[in-house]
Design a protein around this ligand. Structure first.
Ligand code: KG4
Ligand code: ZN
Length: 339
């Protein structure tokens, strides 16, 4: 018997709905919120209002695109957290209402687990190469930088974490300093393509073990700019591509060196990346080169699955459904939620 899941993601500023059947993605719709662009970051109050406006049309379109009627849905999976509480509340309330109206199970999903689980998303008519266990995943997003061992579907062990900022935050905050729009990661990625990654050097953290730190890099970037601008007020404009390339290559070096270390220490060669920063072309290129050198079996997610999406929620929900891990109607979202 087929299992069809309707999945809802609303943890930050993307409203997304997907339909997953037996682990295959039938549709995955995302409504982005341009309203935050003018503010240089996500405004929580505006995000929850936009989710409220977007959620019904996005779900309608996801069902239509999958050619699935509401009667064919066997369960609703939703992001319980971590994320912005006002945003999570919209998706959670919608999922609860849908499950209640249809009298079907409700499946809560941890957003971080879901980013990793995207590697198990299958698409009809595709080759669907998926990692085998144990699988080592670097999760790099706007809020998290984590090294995770995936021992089985849903069985994850955190072995490294950032002690301050996340990698995406480092991209976004440094981008802001040089006057680039939010989110800065993709803009830096684009500008870095025309720059020299060795033009400038910034402080790299000396953190023991498998943990990360990015706040020192951010400060070093800021101070070095301040010194240069004193000499030449047009410094940023004249060196924009080189600044982006040098900053990006420093972030990549920090990430790749810890991933290499984690692989060496654990002996795991099934390697993947997930989260918004996994869209970064420099990081993807650097890991592809490492994979050849170190005989890794590397998994780079499709671009549409790097940033927040409901397909990853649905795939995770599907495996939870198989284990009958259901929630009841008293469930509420969590702003903080460990993997
Ligand atoms: O996973 P995500 O969509 O949301 C969170 O759960 O945080 O990640 C968003 C982050 C932002 O910091 C954004 O700047 C970063 O991912 N990002 C990138 C790129 N695309 C998105 N960072 C570097 N290069 C990119 N191409
Ligand atoms: Zn995310």
């Amino acid at each position: 018997m087929s299992i069809t899941i309707l999945a809802i993601e609303s943890s930050c500023d993307d409203t997304s709905a997907a339909v997953i059947r037996d682990g295959y993605v039938l549709s995955n719709l995302i409504a982005n919120q341009d309203v935050h662009k003018a503010y240089g970051g996500v405004v929580p109050e505006l995000a929850s209002r936009a989710h409220q406006a977007n959620i019904v049309p996005v779900v309608d379109q996801a069902l239509a695109r999958a050619a699935i009627s509401t009667e064919e849905i066997d369960a609703v999976a939703f992001t319980r957290g971590p994320g912005l509480l006002g945003s999570l509340l919209v998706g959670t309330s919608f999922a609860k209402g849908f499950a209640l109206a249809r009298n079907i199970p409700l499946v809560e999903v941890n957003h971080l687990q879901a980013h990793v689980m995207v590697h198990f998303a299958k698409e009809p008519g595709h080759e669907n190469r998926i990692p085998s266990f144990p699988f080592l995943c670097l999760l790099v997003s706007g809020g998290h930088t984590q090294l995770i061992i995936v021992r089985d579907f849903l069985t994850m062990e955190l072995i490294g974490n950032t002690i301050d900022d996340a990698a995406g935050e480092a991209f976004d905050k440094c981008a802001k300093v040089i006057g680039l729009p939010y989110p800065g990661g993709p803009v830096i990625d684009k500008l870095a393509k025309e720059g020299n990654p060795k033009a400038f050097s910034f402080a790299k953290p000396r953190i023991q073990g498998l943990d990360f730190s990015f706040s020192g890099l951010k400060t070093s970037f800021l101070y070095s700019l301040r010194d240069q601008i004193k000499e030449n007020e047009k410094f940023i404009d004249e060196n924009l591509n080189d600044l982006c390339a040098s900053l990006q290559s420093t972030i990549i070096e920090i990430l790749v060196s810890k991933l290499v270390r984690a692989s060496t220490e654990t002996g795991i060669k099934e390697i993947g990346i997930a989260g918004g920063v996994s869209a970064n072309s420099g990081l993807r290129g650097a890991l592809t080169a490492e994979a050849v050198k170190r005989e890794w079996n590397l998994f780079l997610p499709e671009f549409r699955y790097t940033t927040d999406n409901a397909a990853m929620i649905g795939v995770t929900g599907y495996y939870k459904y198989l284990r009958k891990e259901f929630s009841d109607q008293s469930i509420s979202p969590l702003a903080r939620f460990e993997i």
